[in-house]
Write a protein that binds this ligand. Structure first.
Ligand SMILES: NC(=O)c1ccc[n+]([C@@H]2O[C@H](COP(=O)([O-])OP(=O)(O)OC[C@H]3O[C@@H](n4cnc5c(N)ncnc54)[C@H](O)[C@@H]3O)[C@@H](O)[C@H]2O)c1
Length: 458
């Protein structure tokens, strides 16, 4: 099939490359000329395992092209995906500016039947808006052309995006047009050969499903973080509790890890947008507000512990950070807990030495020449002379480091494990003053004062 994809970001690029890999002819359009020029030369704008090889293979085979030429791209695709960003607006709602601009572009250039697919995460009712946007452009040039708008929210996870796209848990198609549905079935059939996981539903339900899925994931983590706070106070270990509850099939094992907060390009903005949808619809959604409040508290927890140890001013202290990306496997720093933590440490006068296997160039762009912030070439270099080490992202290479060497380079052996990677008893035995999240076995030197939701709101 002939496909056009608007947006060469995490979702658009993966979608374009995976569809091309199944033999489709794909043109991927982006408004960022530098991004397109880079892709034309085989340079990836993002870190996603396996993506470069996939893009190069399909580009060489002539099935995948990158362009800024909207007229050419729209003319090429019978199926046109919109996979552009939907960031938060000031009021928390999803900013549909890029999506509606893409819709207008399609309306300006289309000359035959199109199936327009909303893959961006968009609020309920956006398919109607896209339909209206395309129709308005057609009217302006007195063109009468058939088209359908379908919703096809994306559930890929950064870091394993290609595998997720190639072997999806489910493909959701929201549509009210039989022909468009049939075309979408055909497009996804190669990805669903061993079992049909295509779920057909109405447009609005498809749009809402994506937000509810992300809110549920955020809720699971925030709930575990809340229980972690309790766990610490009553002398339990949230890791043991996690295993205990996860073995119940009604609960399951995924997304139950207590930690130093959730972030990323999706969960924070989607929870906010869902809240906004509730407000607009006149529906009170108190759970959503609570899980955000818990997350704000959680993102401050590691800094709070540093302050408990060293006092309000951290001047004269070097604090090391392992991990910047919001999760392992990606260079995405959007809403990463590390940003909140670094900001707070620097505000208190600390020198921060950070290491991340892939996200450091992104941080250098985010905060060029930020005084007090130093990016290290190696985890041990980051820890050198540090009064405390904060483990913020659970990259594999942090799971089993050379602890003796680590202990030796640190000024004081305070290890604040924001992802519960290590065994508290083992860490103690190796001479670390270890504090995990919600774990019973913890350092005697830190007195933990739980931060109440009221205190946080004050
Ligand atoms: N990143 C994820 O893990 C993920 C997962 C599922 C869903 N989503 C959703 O998918 C959408 C895209 O997310 P992303 O992370 O890929 O965003 P991104 O910021 O990585 O990429 C968006 C791209 O769209 C381009 N763009 C903007 N306006 C355009 C236009 N009019 N025409 C062509 N290109 C345009 C930008 O230049 C950019 O390259 C969002 O709605 C997001 O919520 C993201």
């Amino acid at each position: 099939m002939k496909v056009c994809v608007f947006g060469a970001g995490y979702v658009g690029l993966v979608t374009a490359a995976c569809l091309a890999d199944m033999g489709n002819s794909v043109v991927c359009l982006d408004v960022d000329p530098a991004r397109v020029a880079g892709l034309q030369q085989g340079h990836m704008p993002i870190h996603e395992p396996g993506l470069k090889e996939l893009v190069q293979r399909n580009a060489v085979a002539g099935r995948l092209h990158f362009t800024v030429d909207a007229a050419m791209a729209v003319a090429h695709g019978t199926i046109v995906f919109i996979a552009v960003g939907t960031p938060s607006s000031e009021d928390g709602s999803a900013d549909l500016g890029h999506v509606l601009a893409a819709a207008a572009t399609i309306g300006q250039h289309m000359a035959d039947y199109k199936v327009i697919v909303n893959k961006s995460t968009v609020p309920v009712g956006t398919a109607e808006k896209v339909h209206a946007g395309v129709a308005s452009e057609l009217r302006q040039r007195a063109a009468v052309l058939p088209f359908a708008v379908v919703s096809n929210p994306e559930f890929l996870k950064e870091g394993v995006a290609i595998d997720d796209f190639m072997r999806p848990d489910r493909v959701i198609i929201g549509a009210n047009d039989e022909h468009a549905t049939l075309m979408m079935r055909g497009l996804y059939a190669p990805f669903l050969r061993n079992r049909d996981r295509l779920l057909l539903m109405d447009l609005r339900s498809a749009e809402l499903t994506k937000y509810v899925a992300n809110a549920m994931l955020a809720a699971r983590i925030s709930f575990m973080n809340e229980m972690a706070a309790l766990s610490e106070q009553v002398g339990a270990d949230i890791e043991q509790v996690r295993v205990g509850i996860g073995s119940d099939p009604r609960i399951g094992t995924h997304f139950l890890y207590a930690g130093c907060g959730w972030g990323g390009s999706c969960l924070p903005k989607d929870v906010q947008a869902l809240q906004r949808m509730g407000q607009d619809a006149g529906v009170d959604l108190p759970m959503l507000a609570a899980l955000q409040t818990i997350n704000d508290r959680q993102r401050q927890l590691l800094c709070q512990r540093v302050v408990q140890q060293f006092g309000e001013s951290l001047s004269g202290h070097t604090i090391a950070l392992w991990g910047l990306a919001f999760k392992p496997g990606t260079d995405d720093l959007r809403e990463a807990p590390s940003l909140v933590i670094i900001d707070e440490l620097l505000r208190r006068g600390a020198r921060v030495q950070a290491f991340d296997p892939v996200a450091m160039p992104g941080l250098a762009r985010h905060w060029p020449d930020r005084p007090g912030l130093h990016l290290a070439h190696h985890p041990l270099e980051a820890a050198a002379g540090a009064s405390a080490l904060l483990v913020v992202t659970e990259w594999r290479e942090f799971r089993s480091p050379d602890f003796a060497a680590l202990r030796a380079v640190m000024k004081t052996p305070l290890l604040l494990d924001g992802r519960n990677l290590y065994n508290p008893a083992m860490m103690k035995e190796m001479g670390f003053d270890y504090v995990g999240i919600g774990r019973a076995e913890r350092s005697a030197t830190l007195s933990h004062t739980p931060m109440t939701l009221q205190a946080l709101a004050a």
